[in-house]
Design a protein around this ligand. Structure first.
Ligand code: NAD
Length: 321
């Protein structure tokens, strides 16, 4: 059995990825600074390690053949706009140490999870944005802090591939969502935050929406995300690739879809003082379709139905609704 390391295995995507790899009969070690919050890990081994520390990265990679490196200090737009120094410090340390530890261990393949936040602000100024192609990353003007760290590590992955022959893979996620993800506390992202607010609202209540709600995004359900990651790791593509969907919706539309799922009439109160990120962002999926012969299939409505159900159950179990 191939021995795989998933870092960030206590987090949202890492936890789902471990389940996917186990279902596909790999031996998996999960590593994180925290255990998964909402259910037990499926990993064969789970170690609590701080991957900012070099010695703990060496410990994480021992006996490992492939690394899926998802650990990062991250959150939704409210978090990343207000913790830039912390994010860059922590994630640079994690990624530089993990790449070097993987090289020394003789790891065959190394995945780095980058983000749509690496794309330049000047290409995302309008809600009806042109979908972003991988080559649009340069000339760079990434999201300050979080996006620049991702872009820097993307480049270091390329250098490790070119200089050392470590097979690096770089995936740029576009808004991944689903059950078992953070839904409150400041690090949650828009789909989870909206599901929580609507689950807690009474019919005809008002919920707070950040910005005027006309900002647009595309969203990808977690099951498609982990399948896409796995398919990429079976390919020969070592350049960055988008992973997401290309159905553009506004935040207002997202609210309406979730309200429909909840069966509630909801009014919106727009708070223009809150961070909103870029005005519009969509993914061009040409490279993904060409190289992987595949694209995500789960609709936004299906994915949000599962996510809403799960968040609602969490809140019910805590006696909050
Ligand atoms: P997450 O926050 O749920 O998971 C990240 C995990 O990394 C957390 O469990 C955290 O505890 C762990 N971590 C942080 N610092 C660590 C350290 N020093 N040592 C060990 N573990 C540490 O986030 P996620 O949504 O699962 O994201 C996974 C990856 O995908 C991240 O690299 C993220 O930047 C990237 N990404 C996610 C999205 C998205 O929409 N969720 C979009 C773009 C990129």
């Amino acid at each position: 059995m191939k021995r795989i390391l998933v870092t960030g295995a206590g987090g949202f995507i890492g936890h789902h990825l471990v389940k996917y790899l186990k279902a596909n009969r790999y031996w998996v070690r999960g590593v994180d600074i925290k255990l998964p919050e909402y259910e037990q890990t499926a990993a064969d081994e789970f170690e609590l390690l701080d991957l900012r520390r070099w010695a703990e990265c060496l410990q994480a990679v021992r006996g490992i053949e492939e690394v899926y490196n998802l650990a990062a200090d991250m959150g939704g737009i409210g978090f990343i706009e207000s913790h830039k120094a912390q994010i860059m410090h922590n994630s640079v340390l994690i990624n530089m140490h993990m790449l070097e530890a993987a090289r020394l261990q003789g790891v065959g393949k190394f995945l780095f999870t980058s983000s749509a936040c690496i794309y330049p602000g000047y290409k995302q100024n309008s809600p009806d944005v042109t979908p972003l192609k991988e080559i649009d990353a340069y000339p760079a003007e990434a999201e300050d802090g979080y996006g620049w760290e991702k872009l820097f590590t993307e480049r270091q992955c390329r250098h490790y591939w070119e200089d050392y022959g470590l097979k690096t893979y770089v995936v740029r996620f576009h808004n991944i969502f689903g059950p078992l993800g953070t839904y409150e506390g400041g690090r949650e992202k828009s789909p989870a935050a909206i599901c929580r607010k609507i689950a807690m609202a009474k019919p005809d209540d008002e919920i707070e929406v950040w910005g005027d709600g006309y900002q647009t995004r595309s969203y990808c359900y977690i099951d498609d995300c982990v399948e896409g990651i796995y398919r990429l790791m079976q390919s020969d593509l070592h350049d960055p690739i988008n992973l997401g969907q290309d159905r553009l919706v506004s935040i207002n539309q997202l609210v309406d879809i979730v309200a429909g799922i909840a069966g509630k009439r909801i009014r919106r109160r727009h708070d223009l003082t809150k961070p909103q990120g870029v005005r519009g962002r969509n993914a061009d999926l040409t490279l993904m379709k060409q190289t992987l012969g595949w694209e995500p299939r789960i609709s936004l409505e299906q994915g949000l139905t599962e996510t809403y159900k799960w968040i609602q159950q969490q809140l019910q179990a805590q006696g909050r609704i």
